[in-house]
Design a protein around this ligand. Structure first.
Ligand SMILES: CC(C)(COP(=O)(O)OP(=O)(O)OC[C@H]1O[C@@H](n2cnc3c(N)ncnc32)[C@H](O)[C@@H]1OP(=O)(O)O)[C@@H](O)C(=O)NCCC(=O)NCCS
Length: 175
């Protein structure tokens, strides 16, 4: 871990692979409870060319987080999750940066996402990357009937939020 509390090189990013899915299956329940995606859903996502899924792994290649984006002119963040013991260390930010890089490389212009209206922490992460709220989807999360906040990022206004990026690119908050 670096002096600023970020994990830096202790965590690296690589593509999410089929062989990760046993661990993803376990983590989905820990991270998303009743909203967990099935293994079959992940198998189809990984087989879909218009997707980019990224794994965050520790020095032993153990999965500590993962994220995915649906590519297109309008890209969509499909999921992002970090294991509880690895949160607030910059892993989520690095995963998000990787999704935005993939979206940019696929010539996306905008990126959309849904986030629980009650999840201020995740919203803060997305706001730091430049996402802005554009609406509410009532009862989007089932079961539980929880509302989603829909957020949009114009990629021309995206800001890297990961530890390496913020070290070299100060944001308004840093100044
Ligand atoms: C949301 C989630 C992916 C964030 O991952 P993370 O690795 O903890 O995020 P980071 O450490 O990169 O956070 C970057 C910044 O986002 C903001 N942030 C992230 N989590 C936060 C929280 N719980 N409270 C307040 N701010 C938060 C902070 O600004 C943070 O920077 P800081 O730690 O220097 O203050 C993680 O909490 C998670 O997996 N949650 C459960 C699954 C989930 O709900 N996913 C979101 C679906 S939309």
């Amino acid at each position: 871990m670096t002096a600023d509390g970020h994990v830096g090189s202790a965590v690296s990013l690589r593509p999410l692979r089929l062989r990760d899915l046993d661990r993803v299956d376990q983590l989905e329940h820990e991270l998303f409870g009743a909203g967990a995606w099935s293994r079959q859903a992940y198998e189809s996502e990984l087989a879909e060319p218009a997707r980019s899924y990224v794994a965050a792994v520790d020095a032993r290649d153990t999965l500590v987080g993962y994220a995915g984006v649906a590519l297109g002119e309008d890209a969509d963040v499909m999921t992002i999750g970090v294991v509880a013991g690895w949160r607030r260390l910059g892993v989520g930010a690095r995963l998000l940066d990787a999704l935005l890089d993939a979206a940019r490389a696929s010539r996306a212009r905008r990126v959309f996402l849904e986030v629980r209206a009650s999840d201020e922490g995740a919203q803060r992460l997305y706001e730091r990357a430049g996402f802005r709220p554009i609406g509410i989807r009532r009862g989007y999360y089932q079961p539980g009937n929880a509302d989603a906040l829909v957020m949009r990022l114009d990629l021309a206004h995206a800001r890297p939020v990961g530890a390496e990026a913020t070290a070299s690119t100060p944001t308004e908050e840093d100044l």
